[in-house]
Ligand binder design. Structure first.
Ligand code: HEM
Length: 153
C-alpha cells in the first residue's frame, strides 16, 4: 500500500493491542453485515468471548504468542451444519477482513494476516465441502479451492 506524500504511514500489525483493534473492528462489521451477520447470530456467538479468542488466534499467527490452542477448522463444522456456508460468505468474509486491515495497517505482518486469512478460507472451504451431507451442493469458494495451498509466508 502506498502512503500519500506527507501522510503518516500506517503501522504494521506488530503488537497485541493493534491486533485487538483489527479483530474488534472486523467483527463489528461482520455483525452488521447482511450476509455474515445472520450466520454469527444463528451460532449465538458470544462476542465477549469471541473477540479475545480471535485476538489470541491472530497473536499466535502473527507474533508467535502462545495462548490460542483451539482447532479453527473443526470449530466451524457445527456452525456450517446449522447454516451451510455459501461460497459468497467466504468471499465477503475475506473482502471485509482485507479492507479492515488495509484501512488501518500496512507492512509485512498486515500482508501475512491477509495471506493467512485466504489460506484458512481455502482450507475451510475444502473441509466443509468434505462434511457436506450427500446430495447437497458442494462448496466452491470461488477462488482456486482446489489449487495447491501456498507455502506459509
Ligand atoms: C465464511 C467465512 C466464515 C464464517 C461465516 C465464520 C464464522 C464463524 C463462527 C460462527 C464461529 C464460531 C464463533 C463461536 O461459536 O463463538 C467462528 C469461529 C472461528 N473462526 Fe470463523 N468464520 C469464517 C471464516 C473464518 C476464517 C477465514 C478464519 C481464519 C482466518 C476464521 C477463524 C475463526 C476462528 C479462529 C474461530 C474460533 C475457533 C475456536 O473456537 O477455537 N474464520 N467462525
Amino acid at each position: 500500500m502506498t502512503t500519500a506524500p506527507g501522510a503518516t504511514p500506517l503501522p504494521d500489525l506488530d503488537t497485541r493491542e493493534r491486533i485487538f483493534h483489527l479483530v474488534r473492528d472486523f467483527y463489528r462489521q461482520v455483525a452488521m453485515d447482511d450476509l455474515l451477520g445472520p450466520v454469527f447470530a444463528a451460532a449465538h456467538v458470544d462476542w465477549s468471548a469471541h473477540i479475545p479468542k480471535l485476538t489470541d488466534f491472530w497473536a499466535k499467527q502473527l507474533l508467535g504468542e502462545p495462548g490460542y490452542d483451539g482447532n479453527p477448522l473443526r470449530a466451524h463444522e457445527p456452525v456450517h451444519a446449522r447454516r451451510p456456508f455459501a461460497p459468497e460468505l467466504f468471499a465477503r468474509w475475506l473482502e471485509l477482513f482485507e479492507s479492515t486491515v488495509d484501512e488501518r495497517f500496512a507492512g509485512p505482518l498486515a500482508d501475512r494476516a491477509k495471506s493467512r486469512a485466504r489460506r484458512m478460507a481455502r482450507a475451510l472451504a475444502l473441509l466443509l465441502d468434505g462434511v457436506h451431507a450427500p446430495g447437497s451442493v458442494p462448496i466452491d469458494a470461488g477462488f482456486t479451492t482446489h489449487a495447491p495451498v501456498p507455502r506459509a509466508s
